[in-house]
Design a protein around this ligand. Structure first.
Ligand SMILES: Nc1ncnc2c1ncn2[C@@H]1O[C@H](COP(=O)(O)OP(=O)(O)OP(=O)(O)O)[C@@H](O)[C@H]1O
Ligand SMILES: O=C(O)c1ccc[n+]([C@@H]2O[C@H](COP(=O)([O-])O)[C@@H](O)[C@H]2O)c1
Length: 187
């Protein structure tokens, strides 16, 4: 599952867990983006990586990869999938996205080659239509998951305002955000 994870929240974790169960996956690799070229300024990759490690540490099937944060330049999923394939040449790869991301996928780099590298699974997300018009149906699956109306944008805004993010993100991530004074314009 690729994402900016700024910060990782329970919407991400539920989506990953539901896809793992539905598709009988051995492992879900969370891949924090390095430089997400379709997003404005994001927190340093190392913070996003460490929050993702903290959030996933208790699940033996969840792991975190550094391939995107260690690659120079903008992050493209075509490179993510090639790197993960190189590390696990025998694995069948699935790429987990949300309904908002799948709607944008035709704008991604080398989109026509993505389908050869992985099967794409798009999960439902409150406020976004789950549809696949224009995408190769056999290469993309749609999955309804329990609706959690959580976004990283809202979590960041809550921290900035001094509102709690307990229960929106894992406890360890709340503590990490506080310890490193993330998302506050005045530290
Ligand atoms: N609540 C959610 N339910 C289902 N999928 C989600 C949810 N939040 C994020 N996703 C999906 O997880 C992936 C990574 O999301 P990302 O890290 O960009 O989080 P985000 O909450 O969308 O962040 P931001 O608000 O900063 O844009 C994307 O494919 C996104 O669609
Ligand atoms: O390959 C691309 O061009 C591309 C463009 C936008 C997003 N992505 C990937 O989509 C995933 C979700 O991205 P985001 O920015 O919504 O967190 C993440 O793995 C990104 O690297 C990929």
């Amino acid at each position: 599952m690729g994402g900016t994870f700024d910060p990782i929240h329970h919407g991400h974790l539920v989506a990953a867990s539901e896809v793992a169960q539905s598709f009988d996956l051995d492992e879900v690799i969370f891949v924090p983006t390095g430089v997400p070229w379709q997003k404005a300024a994001v927190s340093p990759g190392e913070h996003r990586y460490l929050m993702t490690v903290i959030a996933t540490a208790s699940n033996p099937r969840f792991t975190v990869s550094r391939v995107d944060i260690e690659r120079q330049g903008p992050t493209y999923t075509i490179d993510t999938l090639r790197d993960v394939h190189a590390e696990r040449p025998d694995a069948e790869l699935f790429f987990i996205t949300g309904a908002d991301a799948i709607a944008q996928i035709l704008t991604w780099k080398d989109v026509s080659e993505l389908w050869e590298l992985a099967h794409f699974v798009a999960v439902s997300r409150p406020g976004h239509d789950l549809s696949i018009s224009g995408l190769p149906e056999g290469d993309v699956s749609l999955l309804e998951v329990p609706a959690l109306a959580i976004s990283s944008t809202d979590c960041r805004a809550r921290v900035e305002r001094g509102d709690p993010v307990w229960y929106l993100v894992p406890d360890g991530v709340v503590q990490y955000i506080s310890k490193h004074h993330l998302y506050r314009s005045v530290a």
